[in-house]
Design a protein around this ligand. Structure first.
Ligand SMILES: Nc1ncnc2c1ncn2[C@@H]1O[C@H](COP(=O)(O)OP(=O)(O)OP(=O)(O)O)[C@@H](O)[C@H]1O
Ligand SMILES: [Mg+2]
Length: 508
């Protein structure tokens, strides 16, 4: 299933080569902490700019100049905080869209800080005028551009038809994901326009964050989403991200109120989990960890607020997004009297799209056994497995359909410390080596250093910290994170307030 770079050589016309070689990195080094933006403005040239300062403005007079009549002098700002980049609209006239959603409050004409993930798309548009030549597109990327994976296809060279799917080779756009159908969609020319047609794909096609019904005529800078791939339409070309990684989860001001309980059990939680991050949800018993995770994984919607997966509302699009989500509940739901292998093959039959062949299913099961270190146990009955092995089968079961994001509720409860460490390391490896975004509720902290971020919830489902474990120590002014539990219990409002200031950038 590996992407073969040679498939795309034919598309690398002169424009592609000169634009995408702007940043060349032959060693395929990943520059930790570095980020770039790719700008397409009125010139229709592609400019790649490294975000090499912690605070950079964009606009006609910005640190990064944008050539367009519709952009304000200082239009927006990129800020780096705690290792992440954020974007903020600076009260511009025409506002900014992030992944198809206008982020400016029309009254205040400004936006809050939006945490950016690899492949996020910012558009500056004249409202209601998608064809305006002054419109501007900005792609945020964490990967050196030549290495990575933004490519061009000239639609005019394809006789006006471009096939898109999992089974496309040679001409066409191959999508390397089990979420894509074999023949997922096609782009066809109709007069001077191009239209994208959903070919009855299982998981659908979105344009600017909304699933299309059947077909959609493309306007410049439309952002098409198919499985894990973003495709941007521009003047008869498409620009697309060949092998994007992971999925971004945005939680926007969610609360949960239940009948008969006076106070909310989840209270105005806002945070963004970036692709491929391993995140722990911690806090005392009854704080609201399970409630929170069930709201963000689509199981039981919050009563207020919104949860977006790669820009799509998880509740509105649950049927389509379900296959991108892996849920591992606290108690394993396995069949005792099947072998590990048979159980996973059975899962593959149930969960993979109907156009997956039996060979593909067997390959997938073998890959998953390998990833989860279960090869040597594959012939055992599930009944005979240890607790840690059973938990690995539960994760493997979800992994069969290759979801982009995993939610696990206390996967290590009841495991001895050594088995726990092994499982946590396996989760870390899934996030780093297999590009999964992973959210884990945990009570034990011995492996907390493996996590990229921690979400600390206080009783009443209140968010009192979200960030790296190292910064948490400073934030709570403690020596170890376990000390923070006691401190939070006695000062809930203090830490909720402190975190709220911290997240707005008001604390140093
Ligand atoms: N449907 C419901 N109706 C009433 N109260 C609820 C409901 N669901 C959860 N709660 C209450 O909300 C609070 C948070 O529960 P939740 O299960 O999310 O906590 P938790 O942090 O996961 O705890 P634990 O660590 O013990 O698993 C608890 O006080 C619980 O009793
Ligand atoms: Mg719980």
């Amino acid at each position: 299933m590996n992407y073969n770079h040679a498939d795309y050589q034919e598309y690398e016309d002169e424009r592609t080569i000169s634009y995408f070689n702007a940043v060349r990195d032959n060693n395929h080094t990943v520059h930790i902490g570095s980020a770039w933006i790719i700008i397409i403005d009125r010139d229709r040239t592609i400019k790649t700019v490294e975000l090499n300062k912690e605070n950079m403005t964009i606009g006609k007079k910005g640190d990064i100049e944008i050539i367009s009549a519709i952009v304000s002098k200082i239009h927006g700002r990129f800020l780096k905080k705690d290792g992440e980049y954020y974007y903020k609209d600076e009260g511009s006239l025409n506002g900014s869209e992030l992944n198809g959603i206008q982020i400016c409050n029309p009254l205040e004409r400004a936006s809050g800080l939006y945490c950016l993930g690899d492949g996020d798309v910012i558009r500056i548009m004249v409202p209601g005028d998608p064809a305006n030549p002054e419109n501007v597109l900005i792609i945020y990327t964490k990967q050196p551009v030549a290495n990575a994976k933004w490519k061009y296809i000239d639609l005019n060279k394809q006789n006006g038809v471009l096939e898109i799917g999992r089974n496309v080779r040679g001409y066409g756009l191959f999508i390397d994901s089990m979420q894509a159908s074999k023949h997922h969609a096609r782009i066809v020319r109709s007069g001077t326009n191009y239209t994208i047609i959903d070919e009855n794909s299982l998981n659908g096609v979105s344009v600017n964050g909304n699933l299309i019904q059947g077909y959609h005529t493309l306007s410049n800078f439309d952002v098409v989403g198919i499985a894990n791939t973003k495709i941007i339409y521009l003047d008869g070309y498409i620009v697309f991200n060949v092998a994007p990684k992971g999925v971004k989860l945005e939680v926007r001001d969610i609360s949960k109120v239940v009948p008969g309980v006076k106070h909310p059990i989840l209270n105005h939680v806002t945070l963004t989990v970036n692709p491929c991050e391993l995140v722990a949800v911690i806090g005392g018993s009854g704080a609201g960890k399970t409630t929170f995770v069930n709201c963000i994984n689509g199981y039981e919607p919050a009563t207020e607020g919104q949860v977006l997966l790669d820009g799509l509302d998880i509740i509105k699009n649950y049927k389509r997004l379900k296959s991108r989500i892996g849920n591992v509940p606290q108690s394993d739901e396995l069949y005792d009297y099947l072998t590990v292998y048979d159980f996973l093959l059975f899962t593959a039959k149930l969960r993979l799209t109907t156009d997956v062949s039996s060979d593909e299913r067997i390959n997938r099961v073998n890959t998953v056994l390998e990833i989860m270190g279960l090869k040597e146990h594959q012939k055992k009955l599930i009944k005979k497995l240890s607790g840690g092995q059973k938990k690995r089968v539960s994760i493997a079961m979800e992994l069969v359909s290759d979801p982009d994001i995993f939610f696990l509720d206390e996967p290590t409860s009841g495991l001895d410390p050594e088995t726990e460490t092994l499982l946590m390391k396996q989760l870390k490896s899934l996030s780093v080596n297999f590009s999964k975004t992973i959210i884990v509720i945990t009570h034990t902290l011995q492996n907390i250093h493996l996590f990229d971020k921690i979400i600390f919830l206080a009783p009443g489902g209140k968010l009192c910290y979200y960030g790296t474990p190292a910064t948490a120590i400073k934030f709570f002014e403690v020596r170890t994170i376990s000390e923070a539990y006691e401190k939070v219990k006695n000062n809930i409002e203090y830490f909720v307030d402190k975190y709220s200031k911290y997240s707005r950038g008001e604390l140093a």
